[in-house]
Design a protein around this ligand. Structure first.
Ligand code: GDP
Length: 456
């Protein structure tokens, strides 16, 4: 393979940067850039060894000093020779070191190209490669844990065991299909039915966990909405755990939509605190209201806030009806429970099953909001160790496999010809093999790696 290089750390000022080079000539290329202090040459370095040295340009002028790590094929991330130069983390110096590697013959790596090579060299399955990306983007314990389980190969093993079984069955079926006059012996038919039922049960279980898994992994778009001064910003600050948005006594202060991430247990709420949806003549405020309506339409979860110490007015009622018409998962929060209350939970029953009294100012009620959100989003008692599909690609392969395996079972049960059953199992097994990447087209593989960052 040709040699590729990229900056593997973010291109921003920092302590160190890592430039990674992979390919047959990686060591030779780096030998033209890096001069170890204590050794004769980079080419003498064995795999899994490091050296401190000088980074120089082709005229021998010093560019930087740093540490080189050498990995020899096949014992490296990509399965090829890999060198990693750690230099000082300035943007200019990092780019300069990268340019020196290009001058020595390496070309700039595309998105995810290192991991793609690891996949093509059999170091990782496609699902494991996707898990690498998930581990990088993980924002919480759950996301990291599920990425790690997939990286260890759990999903791959489950799906590949299934497809292996069907490939074996297909081999056996081929024998009968060639002799159509012979019926499938009963024992074989029972085995086949059992394999189909077991695979469908396994797929259904993983598919059923997809939505809650995605919620835990990616977080939930949540909008906090309510009339000015009911305590939306204070609530947002309470959920975030520290002061973020500006809290004032003047109604209508929160004009723009502010987005923050609040962690409630394992749930990540991607919060937008809005200006409310009330009619207004104020031009600036109207923009905020329009954005709020748009955010509400896109949100998965709505937290509607009311001031428990004040009777509902027309604006509150308009909001209740408006949110109800959106048919969203809704938590109604009656805020300022430290004051004398004039609102009653019962009055809100027709608008949501989750009405809770809190005092955002006194930091009381966080756990009741968490409980309501977990119930509404179906993540209570969720098993953090269950196998889940990491993305739409994996899910749609599994759904395709399910459709064909169900059709195969149906054909078997109504006594259709073995040809029909075989064709359906064949398609089903193909979908499973595409899921693991064992039989994915180049286009699918390219699509997966195009979502990676450069340098990974
Ligand atoms: P927003 O306009 O809906 O964002 O409301 P703010 O969060 O700016 O709060 C408006 C006012 O209500 C501020 O003076 C807050 O201190 C006060 N406030 C917010 N939450 C509570 C609460 O739980 N109890 C009491 N007594 N006052 C609160």
């Amino acid at each position: 393979m040709n040699d590729i290089c990229a900056v593997s750390t973010p291109l921003a000022e920092g302590g160190i940067s890592v430039i990674r080079i992979s390919g047959d000539n990686a060591v030779k290329i780096v030998a033209g850039v890096f001069k170890p202090l204590s050794r004769k040459s980079v080419e003498d370095m064995e795999g899994y060894t490091c050296a401190y040295g000088k980074i120089t340009d082709k005229d021998g002028r010093a560019v930087d000093d740093g540490v080189l790590t050498v990995f020899r094929a096949p014992k490296s991330y990509t399965g090829e020779n890999v060198c990693e130069i750690s230099c000082h983390g300035g943007i200019f110096v990092t780019k300069k070191v990268l340019r020196l590697c290009i001058e020595q013959g390496a070309s700039l790596a595309g998105r995810g190209e290192f991991t793609k090579r690891a996949f093509l060299n059999g170091k990782l399955s496609l699902t494991q490669a996707e898990a690498v990306m998930d581990a990088i983007s993980a924002q919480g314990e759950y996301a990291l844990n599920s990425a790690n389980l997939t990286k260890e190969g759990r999903l791959f093993k489950k799906i590949s065991d299934m497809s292996e079984r069907f490939v074996k069955i297909l081999g056996e079926l081929a024998a009968w299909v060639d002799y159509p006059e012979e019926d499938l012996p009963e024992i074989q038919e029972d085995n086949l039915r059992e394999s189909l039922e077991e695979a469908l049960c396994g797929l259904n279980k993983i598919l059923a966990d997809y939505d809650s898994g995605m919620v835990l992994k990616n977080g939930v778009d949540t909008v906090i909405v309510g009339k000015p001064n009911v305590g939306k910003s204070t609530l947002m600050n309470m959920l975030l755990g520290f002061d973020r948005s500006i809290v004032t006594d003047v109604a209508g202060t929160t004009r723009d939509v502010i987005e923050e991430r609040a962690k409630l247990g394992e749930l990540i709420l991607k919060l937008s605190d809005t200006a409310g949806i009330h009619d207004t003549q104020d031009k600036v405020e109207k923009i905020g209201v329009d954005i709020a309506r748009k955010k509400l339409a896109e949100a998965m979860l709505v937290i509607e806030v009311f001031d428990i110490s004040k009777e509902l007015d027309g604006e509150d009622r308009e909001l209740l009806e408006y949110v109800k018409s959106l048919n969203k998962k809704t938590i109604i929060v009656l805020n300022k429970s430290d004051l004398k209350s004039v609102l009653r939970k019962e009055d809100f029953e027709e608008y949501s099953d989750h009405v809770t009294e809190i005092s955002a100012k006194l930091d009381e009620g966080r756990s009741s909001i968490q409980k309501a959100a977990e119930e509404l989003l179906g993540v209570t008692g969720y098993d953090a160790d269950s196998t889940i599909f990491a993305n739409e690609r994996q899910k749609s392969c599994a759904e395709r496999a399910k459709k064909y395996l169900e059709a195969a079972l149906e054909s078997l049960n109504i006594g259709e010809t073995l040809d029909a059953v075989t064709v359906m199992i064949d398609y089903g097994a193909d979908a499973l093999l595409e899921l693991t990447g064992e039989k994915a087209t180049e286009a699918v593989v390219d699509e997966v790696f195009s979502k990676f960052c450069v340098g990974k």
